[in-house]
Design a protein around this ligand. Structure first.
Ligand code: SF4
Length: 210
């Protein structure tokens, strides 16, 4: 493949979710809001499969992509998959071939996603990876983040990477399952286990059905 040669893709959107990188340093964490993740069922590099494409917030604002829209465009493979929750990014030539007017009784929520500012304001709870994969892929409130863990703050090159799944949705959602507490490795083999009160505190400003 020629380096930096854009790849054509086309397919049906099966989820629009926030595209976020979470940086953890033992018990500290911060978010980088990269834009939106489009999970697409369609064709890329001459292959039929599911794949993920990252777009910026201005592109989402312009196109208002949502579940079951059919789109096409060009993209590049991400340079560092550890730092991105998507396989492809730097999208151009985006076109909507068909806009879906599908509506479903939630959960999952499949309407237009909110802005990144709203996600940030809502905050999240951890979500079981199994529940995310079985129930939450179409939901605008689901999120699979790329996680960068700084193991030793005195040696920032000592890092590990993984993905973690979260829910930004109403706390009353019948599909929700938290899954096990997240464990974060630190210096000299130490491990910090994130307690349940972190999620409770983060989402305390929302009522059960918000
Ligand atoms: S658990 Fe969260 S992400 Fe999953 S369907 Fe419910 S609101 Fe959506």
């Amino acid at each position: 493949m020629i380096k930096n040669k854009k790849i054509n893709f086309q397919g049906t959107i099966i989820s629009v979710q926030p595209r976020i990188r979470l940086t953890r340093s033992f018990d500290q964490s911060s978010h980088t809001y990269l834009g939106f993740l489009l999970r697409i069922k369609g064709e890329i590099v001459g292959e039929e499969r599911e794949f993920t494409v990252g777009i910026g917030k201005a592109t989402q604002e312009k196109h208002k992509f949502k579940y079951h829209d059919i789109i096409k465009g060009k993209c590049l493979s991400v340079k560092n998959p550890n730092l991105e929750p998507v396989e492809y990014y730097k999208v151009s030539g985006l076109e909507t071939i068909n806009t879906s007017s599908e509506q479903e009784e939630p959960p999952p929520w499949i309407d237009n996603p909110p802005t990144l500012e709203e996600y940030r304001e809502r905050e999240h709870r951890r979500l079981s990876k199994r529940t995310y994969n079985s129930k939450c892929i179409p939901c605008i409130w689901g999120c699979c983040m790329a996680v960068e863990m700084i193991i030793d703050q005195w040696n920032p090159r000592n890092k590990q990477f993984r993905t973690e799944t979260f829910c930004y949705g109403p706390k009353s959602c019948e599909f929700y399952k938290s899954g096990p507490n997240r464990k974060v490795p630190g210096r000299k083999g130490m491990v910090w286990e994130e307690p349940d009160w972190v999620d409770e505190e983060n989402t305390a400003h929302r009522g059960l059905n918000e």
